[in-house]
Design a protein around this ligand. Structure first.
Ligand SMILES: Cc1cc2nc3c(=O)[nH]c(=O)nc-3n(C[C@H](O)[C@H](O)[C@H](O)COP(=O)(O)OP(=O)(O)OC[C@H]3O[C@@H](n4cnc5c(N)ncnc54)[C@H](O)[C@@H]3O)c2cc1C
Length: 486
């Protein structure tokens, strides 16, 4: 059969070719080299009107034919095969099953956003043991009454990390072969966040680290700035009001301008124009034994200078103060009333419970003494009790197996704190906060002369509440101040 293109087809070809030459070709090599998803290009493809070419206009599509869609894929693939596949997987794999097999409610709910490119689609069929033969699908979807519990692993999913809507294949009726496999529409984020909210979670902290994709790649992060924004918007839309963002500064290749941009983008992250309630901003440190330490040893990473780190910390303090944040701990900033309760327990050195792999807990009770045999030297704060730090197994599978078996005890390890450790930690942690520490406690445990000197030179000051703290403009050198008085 001879396919003859019409004038409209050729006009579409010219439009997509012009777009591909201008927007895709210049970055095609970089995308391959950095294994990067072209988020901005895909957004522009939405604006160009090619993300829903073969679908009916009533669902937000362009109402064009299959040949138009093929031309668009062909023109993109002409300059970059990867971008062509993004469009074809989105259109044929992520969107078509909903268009062809979804009910009217599903079509109205999902197709307009997919066709406009506001959302990206993906298709989750392949598994480690199910490739050409999809009958080998091992992922299961168990009907739990008001929801399905989806459990399994998928591989090679085009748009997998960036998509918003997934058509996922799973066994719903075991034992009857391929007829027992169903396709489920999965929206990224929603179910997970709603599950968290149902469990009573009322605050979420996001490890964004940077809004600069170059920096994120250097840090070996799986996300890019755009997916961080999307995740934030999912949380906000699901009703999580109290969201915290983690950022990192003091990386030698992070310029002051990059840092300033990241701070501005963090404050503007909410599509609703609401400031994030909390920010935790940490200076990159080289920990012995870490991958970064080995780069330093091999001369492949040079640490940022103290001067640069100090300057970026000052920029941070200034930006947060002008946005109205309370600098309540060296690395933490909160809108009034949104100081982190769980972290505050850590800084006040009062017992806290850590859930999840690798999480630490501080336990102070006679029960702990009974469990782990014996009393340690304790100071007067915890007289008659044992203070113990314990940590969960950092291995996710081992942790889940233990939790699944109802074993919430010490999957990782523990240490019983000595009186000296308790005292040092209490002083060190409290002096990280703007609240400070009871002057009477400091006087009891620190050499009088060292304390007097620190107060005299302004390394320590008295708070209106009669406590002692480090003034904000000395936070950057707090480690030195604490070691001088201990
Ligand atoms: C660029 C790309 C994008 C992809 N995107 C997606 C996606 O979006 N979603 C998704 O679910 N998957 C995706 N996949 C996965 C893809 O669909 C699978 O790779 C494919 O189904 C083959 O499975 P497999 O790699 O496990 O190979 P296998 O099934 O292990 O096949 C290996 C080889 O054996 C041959 N073979 C298999 N069965 C038989 C048989 N019965 N008789 C004779 N020869 C046989 C095959 O032809 C092949 O040469 C993508 C793959 C690529 C390369």
């Amino acid at each position: 059969m001879l396919y003859q293109t019409t004038q409209e087809h050729e006009e579409l070809r010219a439009k997509v070719r012009e777009f591909a030459e201008a927007e895709v070709k210049p970055i095609a090599f970089m995308l391959d080299q950095n294994n990067q998803f072209p988020t901005e290009v895909v957004q522009k493809m939405g604006k160009l009107g090619i993300m829903g070419l073969p679908y009916e206009k009533k669902y937000g599509g362009a109402g064009a034919d299959a040949l138009s869609y093929a031309i668009a894929v062909e023109e993109l693939a002409r300059v970059d095969g990867g971008v062509g596949v993004i469009l074809s997987a989105h259109t044929s794999l992520g969107t078509y099953p909903i268009y062809a097999f979804g009910n009217e409610e599903q079509k109205k709910k999902y197709l307009p956003d997919l066709c406009s490119g506001k959302k990206v689609g993906a298709f989750g069929l392949t598994e480690p043991n199910a490739g050409s033969d999809a009958g080998g699908t091992e992922t299961t979807a168990e009907d739990m009454g008001d929801h399905y519990l989806l459990n399994g692993e998928k591989i090679f999913i085009t748009n997998g990390g960036q998509a918003d809507t997934y058509v996922v294949f799973a066994v719903t009726t075991p034992g009857i072969g391929t007829r027992g496999i169903s396709a489920l529409i999965v929206e990224k984020g929603w179910e997970y966040v709603e599950g968290l909210l149902r469990l009573g979670v009322n605050r979420v902290s996001m490890g964004v680290q940077s809004f600069d994709d170059r920096m994120l790649r250097w840090m070996n992060r799986r996300h890019d700035a755009e997916s961080a924004r999307k995740a934030y918007s999912i949380l906000e839309n699901a009703g999580v009001e109290n969201i915290s963002i983690d950022l990192i500064f003091g990386i030698s290749s992070l310029t002051d301008q990059d840092w300033s941009d990241t701070l501005a983008k963090a404050l503007a992250i909410s599509p609703r124009g609401v400031l994030p309630k909390h920010l935790s901003c940490y200076q990159l440190s080289v920990e012995p034994g870490s991958a970064l330490a080995s780069l330093v040893e091999k001369g492949r990473y040079e640490e940022a200078s103290d001067e640069m780190c100090m300057n970026q910390y000052a920029m941070l303090c200034e930006a947060m103060a002008s946005a109205g944040y309370h600098h309540y701990e060296i690395s933490n900033f909160a809108l009034p009333g949104y100081e982190a309760l769980h972290n505050s327990a850590y800084w006040r050195h009062v017992p806290y419970l850590g859930l999840g792999p690798g999480a630490h807990s501080l336990v102070c009770s006679p029960v702990a003494a009974g469990l782990h045999g014996g009393m340690s030297a304790v100071n007067d704060d915890v007289l008659g009790k044992v203070m113990m730090r314990r940590w969960n197994n950092p291995d996710l599978k081992a942790y889940l197996d233990a939790a699944g078996a109802g074993d919430f005890s010490l999957a990782g390890g523990c240490e019983i704190l000595t009186g000296d450790q308790i005292m040092t930690e209490k002083i060190m942690l409290a002096l990280r906060t703007s609240e400070g520490i009871d002057s009477e406690y400091l006087e009891r445990h620190c050499p009088a002369k060292a304390l007097e000197r620190a107060l005299m030179v302004g390394n320590l000051i008295k708070t209106p509440a009669g406590k002692i703290c480090i003034p904000e403009d000395h936070y950057f050198v707090s480690d030195g101040i604490v070691s001088d008085i201990l």
